[in-house]
Design a binder for this molecule. Structure first.
Ligand code: AMP
Ligand code: GLY
Length: 421
């Protein structure tokens, strides 16, 4: 069958890579894709807001199965828009995608179903928020309600930072704001927990830990993700049981009660404290870079798993994983997450050592006249699998030495909590 993948990041390159060996796959179309997906798929440059054009392409290229990588088209309702066409679409519909699209929707669900999460308040204007902030303990967390590409969260150490954050949100920094979410600060260690569901059955889909801050030691600004490793060091059977029973199941039941069906990946961003899970946020997709570090460990055909979700036969599939440790190091353009130069040549990609355990997934790259140019903030994802996190990271560093790209940088401490030097 012809398969379409929506997105252009490392996550979508990793998905294309996992699909390419399936005997069922004929041609893969990446919309819009990057220089890496171009080696596997046909890239088609379409604005992801233009649902009509996406629909026309699906019909024209006879795409039978469509996988939606990023959150925006899910939250904007691409799944609903394609409902009356023949294509099978993997991903949650617009109503279900509110889990990521509206933090307030999720918090209210948590409250109704006793899902463990930070205590919170929702405020309609800055003065109401200020009265609350005057009585609060610090640090405190201030959040914009809607999608903000990971930027709408402020951890505030004192009242003046908090008041400023509230002001910025109401002034429209992340789009029109009718309200602001103020949350208790949760102490603990974060974990990304993934499940996949067809609406009836849920199956776990590995754990990971990402590194969101730009500098070593988890310092500096938040980014889309500077690297990840899988599995998380925190996961164990009792904790997994608690996550499923206290967080995932009541969430999916809560959606069902609201007549909302959830099909797709569900990514719970969790804070773990004393082996107890607290929900920080939901994402209605795979994580990036978690996807790049998790998928190479998958031993079952990804296409079969994803298809079983749209066919509602996930109960018939056993999802098998390699026991190896996986690390992903992200190479970014100098300046990221602030301003960076675009159209910068990347040499040496043909010299790095790649095989099925040593991979390089592209993100913000484009190929032009047989050359690879960096056009994004996050540019390349180097992933290695090995018997230990240390040796996996060593293999990545060897390749990064060969790459020797002085227009970019990477964190040398990805996985520091699982690597003793
Ligand atoms: P989010 O976009 O909701 O994932 O938030 C971005 C990051 O902010 C998270 O990965 C956490 O590191 C941090 N964060 C969000 N909410 C809280 C909270 N209530 N307590 C502590 N840290 C938080
Ligand atoms: N790794 C964070 C995210 O995908 O949102």
């Amino acid at each position: 069958m012809n398969v379409g993948i929506i997105g252009s990041g490392g996550r979508e390159h990793a998905i294309s890579h996992s699909l390419k060996n399936s005997k069922k796959v004929n041609t893969i179309y990446c919309i819009p894709g990057n220089a890496g997906t171009k080696e596997i798929a046909i890239n088609i440059d379409i604005d992801l807001k233009d649902f009509d054009q996406i629909k026309n392409l699906i019909i024209e290229k006879n795409i039978e199965f469509l996988i939606i990588g990023p959150e925006k088209p899910l939250v904007d309702g691409l799944v609903d828009f394609l409902k009356d066409t023949k294509v099978k679409v993997f991903g949650p519909n617009k109503a279900a995608s509110q889990l990521e699209g509206s933090k307030i929707f999720t918090k209210n669900l948590c409250k109704e179903f006793n899902i463990p999460t930070a205590n919170f308040g929702i405020f309609q204007n800055p003065s109401e928020a200020k009265i609350f902030l005057e009585k609060s303990n610090y640090p405190i967390v201030i959040k914009a309600d809607g999608l903000a590409a990971g930027k709408g969260v402020y951890i505030c150490e004192n009242i003046s930072n908090a008041v400023q954050a509230v002001k910025e949100i109401f002034n429209g920094k992340f789009g029109l704001a009718k309200n602001v979410l103020i949350e208790e600060f949760l102490d603990g260690e974060e974990m990304s927990f993934f499940i996949i569901t067809d609406g009836k059955t849920i199956k776990k889909f590995e754990t990971a830990q990402d590194h969101k801050r730009v500098f070593e030691g988890d310092k500096g600004k938040n980014t889309g993700g500077m690297g990840a490793y899988s599995p998380s060091r925190l996961i164990n059977d009792p904790l997994e049981k608690k996550i499923i029973e206290k967080i995932i199941n009541p969430t999916l039941q809560g959606l069902k009660d609201r007549k909302i069906e959830y099909v797709g990946f569900l990514y719970a961003g969790l804070m773990i404290k004393n082996n107890e899970p607290y929900l920080i946020e939901y994402n209605v997709r795979m994580g990036d870079p978690e996807c790049q570090t998790i998928l190479p460990k998958l031993e079952t055909q990804l296409l079969d798993i994803l298809l079983s979700c749209t066919n509602k036969t996930l109960d018939k599939i056993d999802i098998e994983w390699s026991n190896e440790k996986s690390i992903c190091v992200v190479v970014c353009s100098n300046g990221y997450p602030d301003e960076y130069k675009k159209n910068i040549l990347i040499n040496n990609l043909d010299k790095i050592n790649l095989d099925n355990k040593n991979l390089c997934f592209h993100a913000g790259t484009v190929s032009k006249d047989n050359q690879i140019l960096a056009i994004g903030g996050r540019v390349l994802n180097f992933v290695s699998l090995s018997s230990s996190f240390l040796s996996a990271r060593e293999k990545i560093f060897n390749n990064l030495k060969i790459l020797n790209w002085d227009h970019g940088f990477f964190r040398k401490d990805i996985g520091y909590k699982v690597i003793d030097l």
